[in-house]
Ligand binder design. Structure first.
Ligand SMILES: [Zn+2]
Length: 303
């Protein structure tokens, strides 16, 4: 039997204990009140790194106590570029940039008598790992787009690299400069929630998509651009790593119209041996990423 703890940090934190890749109880959540999404974003973006470490260590200690079996591995999924336990960049949680999260957390845990390796994953990679584990695809290439405030790209199996798919350039139009990173022409600058609010100062993203359905010309053109951008990025990854399945999730995944997306990808991918790709929408689910964080941490134990 394997025992691990999985933690996911997005605009909130969830933490759970896993035994044989299954949650043993409902995950802990911070902030505990999920009914105020804007308050949640503020709650984490205003949290100093030292407080974050204390918060995570407290949740891990709570999940580890009163169990006879020691924790074998702790997996933490965070948004941003993660390499060797260090957060190299995190555009939507800027205060954790440069943090040696694995080392700092392990040190705090050791002080509390918990001795288990800490493994840090990109949040989208953790979702890909969780999807692979729950869909029996651990031996296959699985790619996930997370569509929310930022746009994340995750893949399983893990390969070293940057993989900031949300910042792939999808247009040469110099006016496309809404990406949170400041780069021109980026996917996230078209699809990201924050970017859409900057583009439509008079409408919320939900209203843009609703108005498009009612026939509003400006909104319809944008919804088509939004899908073409996602199609362009997906087609690029098909041309680089091959077809296979792409999953789409995140709190704005409800905006995705698969037939429209598929039609645009088909217009961009014309080599017949690359046309066997498949697309699937997954409802946003913290538990898949939590499971993936734990699975990745356990896999990382195997040299
Ligand atoms: Zn960018």
């Amino acid at each position: 039997m394997t025992t691990a703890i999985g933690i996911v940090i997005t605009d909130h934190i969830v933490a759970g204990r896993l035994e044989d890749h299954r949650l043993t109880a409902k995950p802990l959540r911070y902030p505990t009140d999920p009914t105020e999404p804007n308050a949640n974003i503020d709650a984490l973006s205003a949290l100093p790194p030292s407080d974050l470490i204390q918060l995570l260590a407290g949740e891990i200690a709570f999940l580890a106590k009163d169990h006879p079996r020691p924790i074998e591995a702790i997996g933490v999924a965070v948004p941003g570029i993660v390499r060797n336990g260090v957060i190299e960049d995190s555009p939507n949680l800027t205060q954790i940039k440069g943090m040696h999260l694995a080392g700092d957390l392990a040190k705090e845990l050791a002080a509390r008598g918990i001795d288990a390796p800490v493994h840090i994953d990109n949040d989208a990679d953790a979702i890909a790992a969780g999807v692979a584990a729950t869909h029996g695809r651990l031996e296959k290439l699985t790619r996930v787009w997370t569509i929310g405030n930022g746009i994340g790209y995750g893949r399983w199996p893990y390969v070293d690299g940057i993989w900031e798919g949300g910042h792939i350039t999808v247009t040469l139009d110099p006016k496309e400069r809404y990406c949170g990173c400041g780069g021109v022409g980026h996917l996230e600058g078209i699809m990201g929630h924050r970017a859409m609010r900057l583009r439509f100062l008079d409408l919320e993203p939900e209203e843009v998509f609703a108005n498009a359905k009612l026939g509003d010309q400006r909104c319809r053109e944008f919804v088509d651009l939004w899908h073409r951008a996602l199609a362009a990025a997906t087609a690029s990854f098909i041309h680089l790593a091959g077809p296979e399945r792409f999953y789409f999730t995140g709190h704005n995944v409800g905006f995705v119209e698969l037939p429209l997306l598929r039609a645009h990808i088909e217009s961009m991918v014309k080599m017949t041996h690359l046309q066997s790709f498949s697309l699937e929408i997954l409802p946003p689910d913290d538990e898949i990423a939590l499971l993936g964080a734990g699975v990745s941490a356990l896999r990382a134990l195997v040299p």
